[in-house]
Write a protein that binds this ligand. Structure first.
Ligand code: AMP
Length: 237
């Protein structure tokens, strides 16, 4: 069965890290709308030029623009066996559009990663990204959580521990913009939880745990959601 997975959570909840792991474990593409938009900005495409300032200010790109981006991506053949969506949907309008795009394509599994705001501010202002390979350090990849001492070392040395590239702070990870992004999440994205909560394929996960525990909980939630969905389908047949 295709695994169509949506990961919802505030900025800094660890969605990117978890989506990358699930991509490897389940052999499905990771679709990160934030990454796609940042790539468009870097390449100077018309979309990139249009969204550059919006991203820099921590606001949301218009529903219309982002829905078009995702619709095109989900039409590609590599998503036939499923996908993990990171950063989309972010509004109820986007969630409804996604339901339409997926009609007849199997269940949508929704996992929400829950992390208190105080912890998010700490993680986001500490996070650094490698300019060359895109690896993320700091954030959830902190030594207290992973038991690794090198994550902190990587941030302090300013060099990527995977490829040696220069580590930089994302423009929208500065303290002021982080606070705005969290406000945007509370007002526009948190209502998504209510939109999805009643579905049998919905789960809430404690994102304060270490990354391995979060991945394990996610895999349990995915298995349970797919099992429930196939039981429902058998009962209907
Ligand atoms: P992220 O890497 O997911 O935190 O996304 C970075 C930024 O890209 C966000 O702060 C928004 O400005 C923009 N963005 C990403 N995904 C969406 C979306 N689904 N809807 C609107 N804006 C988005």
């Amino acid at each position: 069965m295709a695994l169509n997975l949506v990961m919802i959570g505030p900025p800094g909840a660890g969605k990117g890290t978890q989506a990358a792991r699930l991509r490897r474990q389940h052999g499905i593409p990771k679709i990160s709308t934030g990454d796609m938009l940042r790539e468009a900005v870097a390449a100077g495409t018309p979309l990139g030029v249009a969204v550059r300032n919006i991203i820099g200010a921590g606001r949301l790109v218009s529903d219309e623009a982002i829905i078009a981006v995702v619709e095109q991506r989900l039409a590609k053949p590599d998503v036939a066996a499923g996908f993990v969506l990171d950063g989309f949907p972010r509004t109820v309008v986007q969630a409804r559009a996604l339901d339409q795009m997926l009609e007849g394509r199997g269940p949508l599994v929704v996992v929400v990663v829950d992390v208190p705001e105080q912890e998010l501010v700490k993680r986001l202002t500490w996070r650094r990204v490698c300019q060359d390979c895109g690896a993320t350090f700091g954030g959830v990849d902190t030594p207290e959580l992973t038991g690794e001492s090198s994550a902190e070392g990587a941030v302090e040395s300013g060099r990527c521990r995977k490829c040696g590239g220069q580590l930089v702070q994302r423009d929208d990870d500065s303290a002021a913009v982080v606070r705005d992004r969290l406000k945007v999440f509370t007002s526009q994205t948190a209502p998504l939880v209510d939109f999805y909560r009643g579905r049998p394929t919905f789960s809430l996960i404690n994102g304060l745990q270490g990354p391995d525990q979060v991945t394990a909980d996610m895999n349990r939630a995915i298995d349970a959601a797919l099992a429930k969905d196939s039981t429902r389908n058998r009962a209907r047949a």
